[in-house]
Ligand binder design. Sequence first.
Ligand code: NAG
Ligand code: NAG
Ligand code: NAG
Ligand code: NAG
Ligand code: NAG
Ligand code: NAG
Ligand code: NAG
Length: 553
Amino acid sequence: MMFQIWLHVVLLFCGLFSNVTGEFLKFKHPSIYRYLLWDHAGAFVGVNIRTAVSNMPSAPDIVSMLRANQITHVRLFDSDAHMLNALANTGIEVMVSVTNQEVLGIGELPSTAAAWVTKNIAAYVPSTNITAIAVGSEVLTTLPHAAPILVPAMSNLHKALVASNINYQVKVSTPNSMDVISRSFPPSAATFNTTLNSTIFQILQFLRSTKSFYMLNAYPYYEYVKSNGIFPLDYALFKPLSPVKQIVDPNTLFHYNSMFDALIDATYNSIADLNFSGIPIVVTETGWPSFGGSIEPDATSGNAELYINNLIRRVSNDSGPPSQPAVPINTYIYELFNEDKRAGPVSERNWGLLFTNGTSVYSLALGNAEITGANSSSSFCIARPGADDKSLQDGLNWACGNGQANCAAIQRGQPCFNPDTLQNHASYAYNDYYQKMRGSGGTCDFGGTATITTVDPSYGSCRFTGSIKPGFMYDSLLICIKWLQFELLGWGVSTSGTWTSWAVLGERKDSRHPSFWHNSCCYSVFGPCEFEKLFVDTLRFYPYFAELVFMLC
Ligand SMILES: *[C@@H]1O[C@H](CO)[C@@H](O)[C@H](O)[C@H]1NC(C)=O
Ligand SMILES: *[C@@H]1O[C@H](CO)[C@@H](O)[C@H](O)[C@H]1NC(C)=O
Ligand SMILES: *[C@@H]1O[C@H](CO)[C@@H](O)[C@H](O)[C@H]1NC(C)=O
Ligand SMILES: *[C@@H]1O[C@H](CO)[C@@H](O)[C@H](O)[C@H]1NC(C)=O
Ligand SMILES: *[C@@H]1O[C@H](CO)[C@@H](O)[C@H](O)[C@H]1NC(C)=O
Ligand SMILES: *[C@@H]1O[C@H](CO)[C@@H](O)[C@H](O)[C@H]1NC(C)=O
Ligand SMILES: *[C@@H]1O[C@H](CO)[C@@H](O)[C@H](O)[C@H]1NC(C)=O
């Protein structure tokens, strides 16, 4: 009961000072953080829906499955009326497609384009939230003879949208595969295949003038398989690379943590090579097959699960690729269902996320996309007692560097800095890395200097990642206490007339115990910390205040 009231106050407070408290909450309690970000319009991860499936579920059933998995964006490969009706009033954003067969007619006759828009778009908006038309699928590489008609088709559709006054809401573009780029590595040197120059140039002109985006089908799976071992599998699966295997672009010195990022940058650079800029890329297809034939050893459900879940994490972090860090990478996963009716290698029938009965092929983190931090856990990774200092230092450097552990808490003045020992700092960093990465294959090893423990190593206000130690674990709650005093209970205690210093206590201990004060540490958000003075005063005159503070530590 008490906790609920307090939580309410905290959220109000965080709304007012989110730039301060957001940073604390981010790493301490991801689910609250997610709640706070509910309306945050970040990058999205959508799903492609194709239909070469026996037992294809009904359109309403498909929509139920989308909702159950919190999928907010879909791309259809056609303009199926059942799906467009079922998607009405769901809030799900829809990209529809002109099939490759339809491109020719639409490119030749503006009236065909107008009829197509009337029948397949205008009839459904606004109740079905159609936001884009994908014109054909990889036309330039699969139907090169149709290339001359592609831009006229896009342009005719756009004009029809203008005539219906829905051109601002519905964008027109065309998905290209990576095959339109001659050589994708290093990304800085990538260019479009020169035989496609004039068509791509016209496409980019069209996209720029209509404020549309470039549709990219990017498959690290195929690039990895084609590379014959030049690139490590970890790189294709978004796993952290060991220091000796970093992928660096020799011209820009950008480090590529994933092949996905590198493919997108190769495309941005190819666009820049034709002197275009400001056209964002949306990844219209990417994925990983969960099963393959005997010559497709990398098509496994383990790899697919890693790829997809790491992809979701990557996209949800909202950053762009190294060359365009501020442009989020909106992405559609290929694809919703395994398409058992497709021809080709075994893997071709195993790209799906779901079986047609709605159960997932492997475990998925869709809808949890904003959570990139800790997973509460009953095992922790700490430095092995007795490990030598040199190895610990190497492990610590790696974890906080390439391992991307969040090492803020072990910096001087932060809650996990003391005790200031290698053993303690390495434990914190190892564990942060381990909690974040074990889902994607990260291990608790660090050259033999790490070990697993089931004992939560958190102490005082130092909370190890994954800790579910009692009650509230984020210290920033204490910042709110004074608000409670002022706003809710109407107490006001001021030492020297100001409330500029804030205290964060250590372990929850009886305040009469001498070590209570001893183990405490201070955070000062708005000014110098005057912890001792403040609390001595407060305790002396307002005993309840101290009680409340204890509850939140
Ligand atoms: C459709 O999606 C767009 C883009 O996210 C959004 O701005 C708009 O509010 C949505 N419209 C409806 C009716 O949901
Ligand atoms: C460029 O495209 C042409 C025609 O599609 C193809 O024959 C050629 O191999 C491609 N060049 C490169 C370097 O990919
Ligand atoms: C394509 O562009 C490149 C570089 O801009 C140029 O060298 C090449 O001649 C062009 N090819 C064609 C077919 O236009
Ligand atoms: C791009 O711009 C540069 C500098 O203005 C110019 O030299 C180059 O020819 C242009 N390339 C294309 C493909 O237009
Ligand atoms: C987001 O991802 C990029 C690329 O992997 C990485 O450089 C960056 O540090 C990440 N940001 C956060 C906040 O995790
Ligand atoms: C759903 O279908 C898959 C594949 O056919 C099957 O393995 C799974 O047991 C089914 N799940 C349920 C709940 O019926
Ligand atoms: C948290 O970790 C447990 C144990 O490793 C795992 O089973 C669970 O799926 C994880 N949850 C999330 C959301 O990653």
